[in-house]
Design a protein around this ligand. Structure first.
Ligand code: ADP
Length: 273
């Protein structure tokens, strides 16, 4: 069974249409990019997938057991939301807590309080993200890349089956950005569905996979990079994206200082510092 399925999902904010009639299925362990210019609906789609935003129309079906087997039964939307890992462009670490405490807090929210059990959960995550040894530091003592790796450890604290990353390298230099993508890919290889929104096409070339392209809230294409298309929307629907949509304005895509295409120094396989 699919982990999460969107059926004819639309989302509007007043007159503004953020998503328009999307039907998409996501399986465990998939590597999915969501691409599109600024204002295309990428963040809105990710918030819907993270169960943080309810669609204005359509249905979101979640395989609760697949999302987190430990949840058992039929957990509420609130519980399910907590089981999705979320990584944003801003690190949003608590400044008055150490790296360890930031990650541990996410475990405590899901009910792990025993100190030894916390250590058992948190330390391997710090190891995996290459920030073991930094656990006693406060976020302000970390580099931007280390902050994002701490945020990634926190996002993975509850061992989610779905990790949502919205422009996760937007505030990072090319080397730190490469490390984050290498870690996201490793997380995916271990079986987590990873959905990454970006407007940097270069990441798709480096980490080929399924690419969902949005434009003005419409699905323009949903295809495997360089492989057999998963599904391509009919030409008539694709053509419709050139028509103006109510209330949508497309501001120019901002230059991305973290664009890896501007530097040849960062390989995705670089080990974390
Ligand atoms: P992207 O992530 O591709 O830049 P968004 O999903 O942020 O696009 O936005 C899609 C459209 O929805 C834009 O026109 C945006 O202005 C609008 N939008 C997104 N979130 C809100 C909100 N909370 N209130 C009003 N409009 C919103």
């Amino acid at each position: 069974m699919a982990l999460i399925r969107l059926e004819h999902v639309s989302k509007s904010y007043g007159e503004r249409i953020a998503l328009s009639d999307l039907t998409l299925t996501f399986d465990p362990g998939e590597w999915v990019f969501v691409l599109g210019p600024s204002g295309a609906g990428k963040s809105t789609l990710l918030r819907v997938l993270a169960l943080a935003e309810k669609p204005s129309a359509g249905r979101v079906e979640v395989d609760a057991e697949g999302l987190h087997p430990e949840a058992g039964g039929k957990p509420s939307g609130r519980v399910l939301r907590r089981l999705v890992g979320v990584l944003g462009q801003e690190f949003r670490l608590l400044a008055d807590r150490t790296v360890y405490e930031n990650v541990a807090l996410a475990c405590q929210i899901s009910g792990i309080w025993d100190r030894a059990a916390l250590r058992e959960r948190v330390n391997p995550l710090l190891d995996q993200m290459g920030i073991r040894g930094k656990e006693a530091l406060y976020p302000n003592d970390l580099s931007a890349g280390e902050k994002q790796r701490a945020a990634l450890a926190r996002a993975m604290a509850r061992h989610p089956k779905l990790l949502i990353a919205d422009e996760p390298t937007g505030n990072l230099d090319p080397a730190a950005a490469g490390q984050i993508f290498a870690l996201l890919n490793e997380i995916r290889v271990r079986g987590t569905l990873v959905v990454v929104a970006t407007h940097v096409e270069d990441w798709v070339r480096r980490y080929p996979g399924r690419v969902i392209r949005l434009e003005r809230g419409l699905l323009r294409s949903d295809a495997m990079e360089g492989g057999v298309p998963a599904s391509i929307v009919p030409a008539a629907t694709a053509a419709a994206v050139t028509e103006p949509t109510v209330g949508t304005e497309l501001p120019p895509v901002p230059a991305n200082p973290g664009n890896p295409s501007t530097s040849g120094s960062s390989g995705p396989g670089e080990p974390p510092r």
